[in-house]
Write a protein that binds this ligand. Structure first.
Ligand SMILES: Cc1cc2nc3c(=O)[nH]c(=O)nc-3n(C[C@H](O)[C@H](O)[C@H](O)COP(=O)(O)OP(=O)(O)OC[C@H]3O[C@@H](n4cnc5c(N)ncnc54)[C@H](O)[C@@H]3O)c2cc1C
Length: 485
C-alpha cells in the first residue's frame, strides 16, 4: 500500500510466521528516525532500512502532526534546517513552498522567509519531502526505506543480529537497530495515570474538544512551558474567552524568541568554565554587558547552546543535579522561548487579566463536583494545600524521561532484558558518544544504538531539530561503516 507521503507501507494486522530481514531497523519514525533513514539513503552503498512507526505518516511524531497554523516551530526558519551542512535548507524549501501557493497566511507577517516561524504541520511536510528526495538518491544505489506501521513491543539481540517483535505479531530481524523513540509524555506514566490526571485532562492540541467547552468557563492548566503556550493558542482558536489559570512550580513563563545579533562565543574562548555555578555567573555577566551596550540579552544566551552538550557530559552527577535543581527552570524559560505570535497572545491575555500564572505545585486530582474538574495544589511558600476547580484541565507538565516509569512495552522489556540502563540522573538511557547503547552492566552494544530524546542524560539538549539532525548524520555514518565491516 502507498501512504499519503508516498512511502510503501506494511499495514499492521498482516502477521506472518516468517521473519523479515533488513540491514537496519529504526524504531520510531518521528523526526529522528526519518532523518536517520534519509541520511542512510544518501550515503554510498546499498542498504535496506525498515522504519517501524505506528503513526500513519513518517516524519511527524507528536510535534509535527500539528494541524493548527498557530502551533508553530519555536525557532524561525533560519534556525530549523534538517540539513546540518546547509543552515538555509528550510528557508529554501519554504521559499519554494510559499511561491507554489502553500501557507498563504505567511504574507501577513511582512518579514523575510528566513525569519518566519513555520507551522509545525508544514515543517512535517518539509521533513517528508526531504526523505522522498533521499529515497530518490538511495534508489540509484538500490537502497530502500519502508515504513512498517506498528509498535515495537520487544527487542532482543544476539552476536549476529537484532530481533524485533511488533504489536501485530510480526517479527523483524536486522543487522543493527536504532532506538529513535522520542519523548514519552509525563501524563502517560503510571504515577500520573493512577492519579487520574490523564483521563481528566484535555489534549493541549485538541481544538475540536475545546470547542465543546462553555466559552466563558474557567480552564486550568498545569505547567507553564511551551506546551502551555500551545494550549492557550488552541483555546483561543476554539473560541474560548474565559479565565485561564496556569499553575507551575516556579510560575515562570517562557520568554519570547527574538532575533538577537551575534555575540562573542565566550565559552569557546574560556574552557575554565565547567560548573553550573560558573556558567550562570559568567552568562549573567555577559547578559549585563549586552544590556549595558543596548544589545539584546538573548545574544549572549544563544551562544551557550552549542556548548551545553560538552558542559553536561563533562560535569559530575553532583553538578548535573545542581543544574537540574537550580538552573533548569530558569534555563527552560529563557532558552526554550516562545514563537512571537504565540507569546503576543499569552502576553495579551495576561495583560487583560484573563490568564493568571501562579507558582504552585500540583498535588493531585480531587473528585469532580457539578461536572467541574478539581485539583489540589500547593502554592509556593504556603504550607497548606488548596483545591481549585474549572470546566476543564490541560496537562502540559512535560515529558517523562525516566524509562523505568514509562508504561510502554518496549522500554519495560529492554530494562527487563538488561539491554539498557538509565542515563545520568535517570534521564533517558545510557550510551556511548557514538550512540551505542549501554547494557545493564555498562557494556556498549555492538548492534543497538539510540538517538534523540532517549539520550537526554548524555547530552541534556538532545531533542531540538538541530540536535536530532546532526545526530542523524553522525549515526548514519557510524552504522553504515559497521555494516560494511
Ligand atoms: C509539541 C512539540 C513541539 C515541538 N516543537 C519543537 C520546535 O518548535 N523546535 C524544535 O527544535 N523542537 C521541537 N520539539 C522537540 C521535538 O521533540 C523534536 O524536534 C523531534 O520531534 C524529536 O523527534 P523524535 O523523532 O526523536 O521524537 P518524536 O517526534 O517523539 O517521535 C518518536 C516516534 O517514535 C514512535 N515510537 C515510540 N515508541 C515506539 C515503539 N516502541 N515502536 C515504534 N515506534 C515508536 C512514536 O510513535 C513517535 O512517532 C517539539 C516537541 C513537541 C512534543
Amino acid at each position: 500500500m502507498i501512504s499519503e507521503n508516498g512511502m510503501s507501507e506494511i499495514q499492521s494486522g498482516q502477521a506472518t510466521d516468517a521473519i523479515r530481514h533488513a540491514d537496519i531497523l529504526i524504531v520510531g519514525g518521528g523526526l529522528s528516525g526519518t532523518m536517520l533513514a534519509a541520511q542512510l539513503l544518501r550515503l554510498p552503498g546499498r542498504r535496506s532500512v525498515l522504519v517501524i512507526e505506528p503513526r500513519a505518516e513518517l516524519g511527524r511524531g507528536e510535534a509535527y502532526s500539528a494541524v493548527e497554523l498557530g502551533h508553530t516551530l519555536n525557532g524561525n526558519a533560519a534556525r530549523m534546517s534538517v540539513d546540518p551542512d546547509n543552515a538555509d535548507d528550510l528557508t529554501q524549501w519554504l521559499t519554494d513552498y510559499i511561491a507554489a501557493g502553500g501557507w498563504p497566511e505567511s504574507d501577513e507577517q511582512h518579514v523575510p522567509i528566513s525569519e518566519l516561524f513555520p507551522p509545525r504541520g508544514i515543517f512535517g511536510l518539509y521533513v517528508q519531502q526531504r526523505l522522498a528526495q533521499a529515497q530518490a538518491v538511495g534508489a540509484l544505489n538500490g537502497s530502500t526505506v519502508e515504513h512498517v506501521r506498528a509498535e515495537v513491543v520487544d527487542l532482543q539481540t544476539d552476536d549476529d543480529s537484532v530481533r524485533l517483535t511488533l504489536s501485530d505479531g510480526q517479527r523483524l530481524q536486522g543487522d543493527f537497530a536504532v532506538l529513535a523513540t522520542g519523548m514519552f509524555p509525563a501524563a502517560r506514566t503510571p504515577q500520573t495515570e493512577s492519579s487520574g490526571l490523564n483521563a481528566a485532562a484535555l489534549d493541549p492540541w485538541d481544538v475540536a474538544a475545546m470547542q465543546q467547552l462553555d466559552p466563558q468557563s474557567t480552564v486550568l492548566i498545569i505547567g507553564s512551558g511551551l506546551t502551555m503556550v500551545d494550549a492557550v493558542v488552541s483555546l483561543e482558536q476554539a473560541g474560548h474567552r474565559g479565565p485561564i489559570e496556569v499553575f507551575s512550580r516556579h510560575g515562570l513563563l517562557p520568554h519570547v524568541r527574538r532575533q538577537p545579533p551575534a555575540w562573542a562565543d565566550f565559552l569557546a574562548e574560556d574552557h575554565s568554565i565547567r560548573t553550573p555555578r560558573q556558567l550562570v555567573r559568567e552568562l549573567r555577566r555577559h547578559c549585563r554587558d549586552a544590556i549595558a551596550q543596548g544589545i539584546d540579552w538573548q545574544a549572549p544566551l544563544d551562544t551557550v547552546r552549542a556548548h551545553i552538550a560538552r558542559l553536561w557530559s563533562q560535569a559530575t552527577d553532583v553538578q548535573r543535579r545542581q543544574f537540574v535543581r537550580h538552573v533548569r527552570p530558569w534555563w527552560e524559560s529563557h532558552h526554550h522561548r516562545s514563537p512571537p505570535l504565540s507569546a503576543e497572545l499569552v502576553a495579551r491575555l495576561h495583560g487583560e487579566g484573563r490568564l493568571r500564572i501562579q507558582a504552585a505545585s500540583f498535588k493531585g486530582l480531587e473528585p469532580s463536583v457539578n461536572g467541574e474538574v478539581s485539583i489540589r495544589i500547593r502554592r509556593r511558600g504556603e504550607a497548606q494545600t488548596t483545591v481549585v476547580s474549572g470546566a476543564a484541565l490541560i496537562n502540559s507538565s512535560g515529558i517523562e524521561y525516566d524509562w523505568r516509569r514509562v508504561a510502554r512495552p518496549l522500554p519495560q522489556r529492554l530494562l527487563a532484558h538488561g539491554l539498557i540502563k538509565p542515563g545520568h540522573l535517570a534521564l533517558g538511557i545510557a550510551a556511548e558518544v557514538d550512540g551505542a547503547v549501554l547494557d545493564a552492566d555498562g557494556r556498549a552494544a555492538s548492534r543497538l544504538f539510540a538517538m534523540g530524546p532517549p539520550l537526554r542524560g548524555m547530552w541534556w539538549e538532545s531533542t531540538a531539530v538541530t540536535d536530532v539532525a546532526s545526530q542523524a548524520k553522525a549515526l548514519a555514518v557510524r552504522v553504515a561503516t559497521s555494516l560494511t565491516l
